[in-house]
Design a protein around this ligand. Structure first.
Ligand code: KIV
Ligand code: ZN
Length: 515
């Protein structure tokens, strides 16, 4: 394709969810999908519908809600996967099935136990069957970069004849380097000769996912698969923000190529994905890391003050970031709060607005200065919380300088309030044990992190915990927010328990654990 337009295919909700510890509830996925739609993503891979009833539910809910982006479900090249994918995306105004099979000798022999000609037959049958559900079918040659090019051309020709409109060439194990991948993509683009769009999907095992994807774009790929913050299996996928901002910033080299992305929504999308998954981008992460737009050295600061472009190649505003802008105070009313949400690109329903506003007023009573990031956090905390099966009502802790740490909690469950207390090795241990006593679930804490959302002694504390409630299931993440670290810890632990209860079926009954 010679068109100057690159489709952005976001797989945060599918490959991104394969990042260890990144499981999301359906509500959380819907929130991310709506933000991806606002960001201008062309295709949202909403999940892997056959994996479990929870995954099916998430894909079909997103398909009924999102109007502007195309909604896609992944499916192995087998009937039951394709049927589940087709049914899950049926309600979307624009839909797609993405089916795949491995094409490398190593995968065909050891994983599939299939001969190359059987793989071609299976792929063709999969595409033909997917076409009975949707018009738009994408086919991926899994582990394309370790496949034989002659075989790839053969299978690609066959699936295009069967109706595939997009051919994806994943660097599944992140093995390729930019010059090699670019040449590889060019050879397939030439062979396909405009009969389908060539897509790329690069993993970051060698830190080259973005570079490989961009090299592919320069060589004729016209769809890039990527994730917000570069989440994804193992070392992750190419980061959406890096792809989009490179194409925008170096448009001189990308020959006027455009994407549909509204870059001003990038920072909001990054924060939402980090808040929901609990996986923070590293501070020096390109574009969205905490340090990406800060200048430490005096020489750099001086240069930027004299002429911004001395040390800055992008403007923070272009990704929707106005660093730590002082925002509202305790006298601000609901109109000012609503205006601020609009300015930050946050749209929430009335009920969520009332909850977020009440939380803002409570915070403003205690905290002198409220920043944009505080607002983002409280809104995300109030609106993306998983349904509260257990709700923390009250927390009291002993003064730990005087003897054994103890805590008592009151928790609402089934419309009744239960109170219990426990002692522990430290105050946080006591809090978590008291919650265990009320709920009857015994959690094992696997990870605990606390960080300040903005600066200052009175900064909001964000606590992220990972807790294992069942030895046979993965640890579940929960996060809590408060000006008080103990309260934030208790909220985080209760959030993890609620997520566990909501997702436990999904965590065991996966149709296939590994793609
Ligand atoms: O990395 C990969 O090969 C994939 C495919 C299923 C597209 O995620
Ligand atoms: Zn992948």
């Amino acid at each position: 394709m010679n068109s100057n337009f690159i489709k952005i295919f976001d797989t945060t909700l599918r490959d991104g969810e394969q990042s260890p510890g990144a499981s999301m509830t359906t509500d959380e996925k819907i929130k991310i999908a709506l933000l991806l739609e606002r960001l201008g993503v062309d295709v949202i891979e909403a999940g892997f519908a056959v994996a479990s009833p929870g995954d099916f539910d998430a894909v079909s809910s997103i398909a009924s809600i999102v109007k502007n982006s195309q909604i896609c479900s992944l499916a192995r090249a087998v009937e039951k996967d394709i049927k589940a994918a087709g049914e899950a995306v049926a309600k979307a105004p624009k839909n797609r099935i993405h089916t795949f099979i491995a094409t490398s000798p190593i995968h065909m022999e050891y994983k599939l136990g299939m001969k190359p000609d059987e793989v071609i037959k299976r792929a063709v049958r999969a595409v033909e069957y997917a076409k009975t559900f949707v018009d738009d079918v994408e086919f991926s040659c899994e582990d394309a970069t370790r496949s034989e090019i002659g075989f790839l051309k053969e299978i690609i020709d066959a699936v295009i004849n069967a109706g595939a409109k997009t051919i994806n060439l994943p660097d599944t194990v992140g093995y390729s380097i930019p010059s090699e991948y670019g040449n590889f993509v060019k050879e397939i683009v030439t062979a396909v000769n405009n009969r389908a769009i060539i897509s790329v999907h690069c993993h970051n095992d060698l830190g080259l996912a973005t570079a490989n994807s961009l090299s592919a774009v320069l060589n004729g790929a016209r769809q890039v698969e990527c994730t917000v913050n570069g989440l994804g299996e193992r070392a992750g996928n190419a980061a959406l923000e890096e792809i989009v901002m490179t194409i925008k910033t170096r448009n001189d080299l990308f020959n006027g190529i455009k994407t549909n992305i509204n870059t001003k929504e990038i920072y909001s999308a990054s924060r939402m994905v980090a808040n929901i998954t609990g996986i923070e981008p590293q501070p020096n992460k390109a574009i969205v890391g905490k340090n990406a737009f800060s200048h430490e050295s005096g020489i750099h600061q001086d240069g930027v003050l004299k002429f911004r472009e001395t040390y800055e190649i992008m403007r923070a505003e272009d990704i929707g970031l106005e660093k730590n802008k002082l925002t509202l105070g305790k006298l601000s009313g609901s109109h000012a709060f609503k205006d601020k949400l609009m300015e930050l690109g946050i749209s929430i329903g009335d009920e969520d607005f009332q909850k977020a506003f009440a939380r803002f007023k409570a915070l403003a009573d205690k905290k002198k200065e409220i920043f944009d990031d505080d607002i983002r956090m409280i809104v995300s905390d109030e609106t993306s919380e998983t349904p509260q099966i257990y709700e923390l009502i009250k927390l009291q802790i002993s003064d730990c300088s005087e003897g054994i740490p103890s805590a008592s909690v009151s928790i609402k469950f089934d419309n009744k309030i239960f109170t219990d207390a426990a002692i522990g090795d430290g105050t946080i241990d006591a809090i978590f044990k008291a919650i265990d006593r009320v709920s009857g679930y015994e959690g094992k804490l696997k990870d605990y992190k606390v960080e300040a959302v903005t600066e200052g002694k009175d900064a909001l504390a964000k606590v992220v915990v990972k807790v294992k409630f069942d030895d046979k299931k993965p640890a579940i993440m929960g996060h809590g927010l408060s000006i008080d670290t103990m309260m934030a810890s208790a909220r985080a632990y209760v959030a993890a328990l609620n997520s566990y209860l909501l997702m436990r079926d999904r965590l065991t009954n996966k149709e296939c654990d590994h793609i």
